[in-house]
Each structure stands twice: as structure tokens, then as C-alpha cells.
Design a protein around this ligand. Structure first.
Ligand SMILES: [Zn+2]
Length: 140
């Protein structure tokens, strides 16, 4: 499996063992056809190391990721069938049709922003459905 896109965050956190500053690294990655969130903590002081793979990305950490990387914008490069796009958005985001319509409005307006792996995944699903979608870096 190959990694297509990722966004990472680095912090310092107190070591669970010796309380000295430890490195905390979180990585959100698009692996295969799904998003993963992995966290690794390593302490240079005592050698403590732990990796938590496949965890849940909390909203506040996601906001930090967006803040640090600037996110990506989902763009449609050609006119697309509204129904096709809505169907993909519903399935990929796990939302109701009403919410997907709101997302679609943002996509048309060029204001739908997510983390790079999130938007890349959406763009890929759309391309698989025949929609010419891309994830472009940066805020609108
Ligand atoms: Zn330590």
C-alpha cells in the first residue's frame, strides 16, 4: 500500500515515565483508500517510546493540523453532474443528502477546505466516479 498524502503535527509532551519533555508526533495519512491517524511518542531522556496507530483524530487536533498546513481546497475542474457529486459526497463523508448539498455549495464556491489527506481522498473518490476533481493546496 502506498501513502498518497499526509499531514503531520509535532509537539512536546511530558514523558509518561520520567516527566521530561518527550516528542509527540501525529500523522494523518491517506493509506490505500482510507484515512489513518497515528501518534508516536518518544522520550530522548529515558528511551520511552509508544506508537498508537489507527486512533481517532479529535476535532481540536484536526484544527491544529489545518492551522499548521493551511489545508487543501477541493476543486472541480469541469462541470459535473450534480447528482453524481452528491452521491460521492454522501458516501465519502457519511452525511445525509442535505448536508452534502451544503458541502457541494462550498465546493462550487471554492471554499471547501479540509486537511490534505481528507481532500485528496474526496478528490480520488470523485475521480473514480468520473468527476474531474483535484485537491489543491492552500486556503481559498
Ligand atoms: Zn522519559
Amino acid at each position: 500500500m502506498s501513502v498518497y498524502a499526509y499531514a503531520s503535527l509535532r509537539r512536546t509532551t511530558p514523558c509518561p515515565d520520567c516527566r521530561s519533555p518527550a516528542d509527540w508526533v501525529g500523522v494523518q495519512a491517506l493509506v490505500g483508500d482510507s484515512l489513518r491517524w497515528d501518534v508516536e511518542v518518544t522520550c530522548p531522556g529515558c528511551g520511552f517510546a509508544v506508537a498508537e496507530c489507527g486512533g481517532e483524530l479529535s476535532d481540536d487536533v484536526r484544527e491544529e493540523l489545518l492551522g499548521e498546513h493551511g489545508g487543501a481546497v477541493l476543486r472541480l475542474r469541469a462541470p459535473a453532474h450534480r447528482v453524481t457529486v452528491l452521491r460521492v459526497l454522501c458516501a465519502a463523508l457519511g452525511v445525509e443528502l442535505g448536508a452534502a448539498k451544503g458541502v457541494l455549495e462550498q465546493v462550487w464556491g471554492g471554499t471547501y477546505v479540509g486537511t490534505v489527506p481528507e481532500v485528496e481522498l474526496l478528490a480520488r473518490r470523485l475521480r473514480e466516479a468520473g468527476v474531474d476533481a483535484v485537491a489543491s493546496p492552500g486556503r481559498p
